[in-house]
Design a protein around this ligand. Structure first.
Ligand code: URP
Ligand code: ZN
Ligand code: ZN
Length: 463
């Protein structure tokens, strides 16, 4: 592999932005030079002039659902199409959340399924998996260690709602075990009884349009579950708890309250949909199906508080919860009854452009804050740092170059996600990825994917 020298860049890390150049050799960052430092001998080295554009670590998306099996259908992006889309948007690593397996299946079951899926589909960027715990018994608790040691699964997800929800007894056992093993437990926080009660009432009253999906999952249901989970984390000896897809002001206030008691080991993720889209999207019963996801879209004060949480570092990461279903076909299952609609929406391709434009360029966040939440912190929390998520000698040469002078309007036809809509249609963005490099290879150049199917490697993660 030819060495590459990327010169004349504005290099952005989670700490600072500085003018400089990078030497990439054998897929790794070999040297970081600040402006004025003597460049290496460039004989035989390919030079890429970054032209003053911003060079960021490739994005690390800690929350995708490629090819998610929801029983009656599957998420429409697989490990190939989904990772191509990710790469086109400047993301070079994903950590995918496994689907539930058959009832009662042992913990390694889904891990085996996912290794096979990825091997068959050919991801183009490096990837890892979060394990999924769908019931709790001694065998499951024992397998957490086996999967940590043998497969590098350093995080597992539990759900407090849906069919395979874990009750408080199970949550405590999982958290205690995670604490012993140094694992991180990701949690989907929504109060199950609230959702089931409200859903049943709405359906009984004939209220089956998309907006009742949101009304049956109120902010209080999220905040209650967040608070309970964090308290159980404390009771379990301050286990490492990672709240996925936080969406409400009430939820954020609940965790701020817990943090004020001195509790550490609380990690929080939000997603672009909770930063950019509000619940008025449900007003049109047809188009509203596009936004049926859990948690649902929220109100402007919730959106404002997610931005505030990022600014204040109360929220550590931005994941996408990318889980697309075709509007014209798959989502239509919910046309007469929101409870039948597959939950989820696309986002993996736009996370970095949205955050670069609406976070950094609009002045809501500094560029280091964007890098931290989209690249560095997800890599650190999930055990793939310092290989991923940073620009430093020895790290993988996973990089994205953003041109801040390009203004563009998001339309579905420019995107690579395998789905027939984007929730961000019509949003005007400033700044666009020029190219994306994965382990030293430019795999996307001016929006054109040039990489190799199957070039992504499985990441065994550390605790
Ligand atoms: O609606 C969503 N988010 N679907 C994916 C599964 C989950 O809850 O993360
Ligand atoms: Zn979830
Ligand atoms: Zn999810």
């Amino acid at each position: 592999m030819q060495a590459v020298y990327i010169s004349n860049a504005q290099i952005a890390t989670s700490r600072e932005v500085f003018e400089g150049s990078l030497l990439v050799r054998d897929g790794k960052i070999a040297a970081v030079l600040r402006a004025g430092e003597t460049p290496p001998d460039l004989d035989g080295i390919k030079v890429i002039d970054a032209g003053g554009c911003y060079l960021l670590p490739g994005g690390v998306d800690p929350h995708t659902h490629f090819d998610l099996d929801v029983g009656f259908t599957r998420a429409s992006d697989d490990f190939y199409t989904g990772t191509v889309a990710a790469a086109c948007g400047g993301t070079t690593t994903v950590i995918d959340h496994m689907a539930f397996g058959p009832k009662g299946c042992p913990l390694p079951h889904q891990s085996a399924v996912y290794h096979k899926l990825a091997a068959q589909q050919g991801p183009v960027i490096d990837y890892g998996f979060h394990g999924v715990i769908q019931h709790v018994d001694d065998e499951v608790l024992a397998s957490m260690k086996t999967l940590r040691d043998e497969e590098g699964l350093s995080s597992f997800k539990i759900y407090l709602t849906y069919d395979f929800k874990i009750d408080d007894y199970g949550v405590l056992k999982v958290l205690e075990r995670a604490n012993e093993l140094g694992l991180t437990i990701c949690v989907h926080c929504e109060n199950d009884a609230t959702i089931n009660t409200l859903r049943a009432q709405y359906v009984a009253d004939g209220h089956t349009e998309a907006k009742y999906h949101a009304l049956s999952r109120p902010a209080e249901a999220e905040a209650e579950a967040v608070y309970r989970m964090l308290m159980l984390g404390k009771i379990a000896g301050e286990a490492k708890v990672y709240i996925v897809h936080l969406s409400t002001r009430l939820g954020l206030e609940a965790l701020r309250l817990v943090r004020r008691t001195g509790q550490k080991n609380i990690l929080v993720e939000t997603c672009p949909q909770y930063l950019f889209l509000d619940d008025s999207r449900y007003n049109d019963p047809q188009a509203g199906l596009k936004y049926i996801m859990s948690p649902p879209l929220r109100k402007q004060p919730d959106i404002d508080s997610m931005w505030d949480g990022l600014t204040a570092n109360d929220i550590q990461t931005i994941g996408t919860d990318h889980c697309p279903f075709f509007f014209d076909t798959q989502k239509q299952r919910g046309a007469n009854d929101f409870t039948q609609c597959p939950n989820g929406a696309p986002g993996v391709e736009l996370r970095m452009p949205l955050m670069f434009s609406e976070g950094f360029m609009k002045g809501r966040l500094s560029l280091p804050q964007v890098v931290d939440s989209c690249c560095t912190r997800p890599a650190e929390i999930f055990g793939i740092a310092p290989q991923k998520g940073i620009i430093a000698p020895g790290a993988d040469a996973d990089l994205v170059l953003f041109d801040p002078s390009v203004k563009w309007t998001v339309t579905k036809d420019q995107l690579h996600e395998n789905v027939d809509y984007t929730p961000y249609e019509g949003i005007e963005l400033t700044g666009r990825p020029v190219w994306t490099m994965a382990r030293g290879e430019v795999i996307v150049d001016n929006g054109v994917f040039k990489g190799q199917k199957g070039s992504g490697k499985y990441l065994k993660r550390n605790i």
